[in-house]
Design a protein around this ligand. Structure first.
Ligand code: B12
Ligand code: SF4
Ligand code: SF4
Length: 347
């Protein structure tokens, strides 16, 4: 068994549902290939252009996205785009990237009754950052035992890595028109993480785009945030508005607020309609098991939540990222929308 196979086997044994390897090109030399056509967005995925190293293509994509202001107030996204697009600047001597995916799809259904808010699936259980980071640390220890002396660094949405693009390169899935990674086996209910390493590992084949002529996710988006196939303007995305955007009710325009419906943390509309999710298998991962509250978040009750109760209830949940003030603002908007729907009769 090769070293790459042995590491992948360990990853699966630790509970990851998908694993693959991509080669990290040496970017210290100037690229031999022609520049990739970048702006305006071609509306198609990046061409399989082996002459231009992936970090160079990602840099162009990222800086174009930033110049358009699509990151909104996420200033951390603007910090050092060279580093975010080039793993060799994150881990000097990096030769390979091991991408992993954790399936978070469960058979549960959210309570759709009036007066309930809606929380995105990824936040129904425990915070995946912690769960996956712990597992990746264990995997790093296994790698150290298999290949003493190598350097590794792991991230789960916690560092300057463009995770979807590397997972696509490693064959975990392709980047769908909603801009998330879609796996032919697990659909798009995969959370991503990675280990950068100085090890030279045999890479996998990149995944092929299977979206074809489908545009269901673009049509399903309530706010038109998927401004072109494969490109999301975060400023319009309900996920951004409910999780990342700080500020009170005035921070969100009435028009956008009215499109948010009852979503109080994140949004799954573009994922829910994807045909590749219809046959996604439910996970047996206990960490993502929903709680009664995340499946049926009662708006009236949440509007009363104290700072102490918020901290205790969401201690291990991704919801803590919105902070109590953000959650209360989102609940208020959901209540406004509920009132409008019921002609002012409901609270
Ligand atoms: C910033 C961010 C957001 C922002 C912006 C979203 C966005 N599309 O960029 C907001 C807050 C809106 C957001 C929302 C969500 N996010 Co988010 N987010 C991120 C984060 C931190 C960075 C993404 C990024 O670099 N964006 C910058 C732009 C330039 O990149 P991009 O969207 O990837 O788009 C470019 C590429 O797709 C590229 N491209 C297009 N085609 C191809 C083809 C090839 C071959 C290549 C190489 C590149 C390429 O060009 C595009 C345009 O420039 C990542 C974690 C990470 N570190 O990567 C998580 C991450 C992408 N988010 C994730 C999730 C789960 C979500 C939500 C589903 C959460 C929810 N339910 O509410 C939504 C989905 C919204 C959507 N349709 O994208 C997961 C996605 C998992 C997956 N299977 O893909 C990630 C990977 C976190 C994780 N570790 O699992 N997110
Ligand atoms: S998460 Fe919701 S708002 Fe954001 S792109 Fe998808 S459907 Fe649109
Ligand atoms: S809904 Fe259709 S276009 Fe969107 S990601 Fe899925 S297959 Fe691709």
């Amino acid at each position: 068994m090769s070293l790459a196979e042995a590491i992948k086997r360990e990853a699966l044994a630790l509970g990851f549902d998908a694993v693959g390897i991509s080669r990290v090109a040496d970017t210290s030399q100037p690229s031999a290939g022609p520049p990739t056509p970048l702006s305006p967005y071609p509306g198609t995925p990046l061409p399989p252009d082996p002459a231009t190293p992936l970090p160079h293509r990602l840099y162009d994509r990222l800086t174009d996205w930033l110049q358009r202001g699509y990151h909104g107030t996420m200033a951390w996204m603007t910090r050092d785009p060279s580093r975010r697009s080039d793993p060799q600047l994150v881990l000097p001597g990096c030769r390979s990237m091991l991408s992993v995916g954790m399936n978070y799809y469960t058979d549960n259904r959210a309570n759709e009754q009036p007066g309930m808010g809606r929380i995105a699936r990824y936040a129904w259980g425990k915070d995946y950052h912690k769960v996956m980071s712990q597992r990746l640390a264990q995997l790093e220890a296994k790698i150290a035992a298999l290949a003493p002396g190598v350097t590794t660094k792991s991230y789960v949405d916690t560092g300057p890595i463009m995770e979807k693009a590397w997972a696509q390169q490693a064959g975990l899935g392709w980047i769908g028109k909603h801009s998330n990674l879609v796996s032919a086996e697990c659909g798009s209910w995969l959370l991503l993480g990675e280990i950068l390493t100085t090890l030279d590992l045999k890479e996998d084949e990149p995944a092929t785009d299977l979206c074809g002529s489908c545009t269901l996710c673009i049509q399903a988006c309530p706010t038109g945030a998927i401004v072109e196939p494969y490109v999301v303007d975060a400023q319009l995305c309900i996920s951004y508005l409910t999780i990342e955007l700080r500020g009170g009710r005035e921070a969100i325009s009435d028009e956008l607020a009215s499109q948010m419906g009852n979503r109080i943390f994140g949004c799954d509309d573009c994922l829910d309609v994807c045909p590749f999710n219809l046959r996604a298998d439910a996970t047996s991962e206990p960490a993502v098991t929903p709680t009664p509250l995340t499946l049926a978040p009662n708006l009236q009750a949440l509007a009363q939540i104290s700072e102490e109760s918020f901290a205790a209830t969401f201690k291990e949940s991704p919801l803590k990222r919105a902070k109590r003030s953000g959650l209360l603002r989102n609940v208020r908007i959901a209540q406004e929308n509920h009132r409008r729907q019921t002609g002012g009769r409901a609270s």
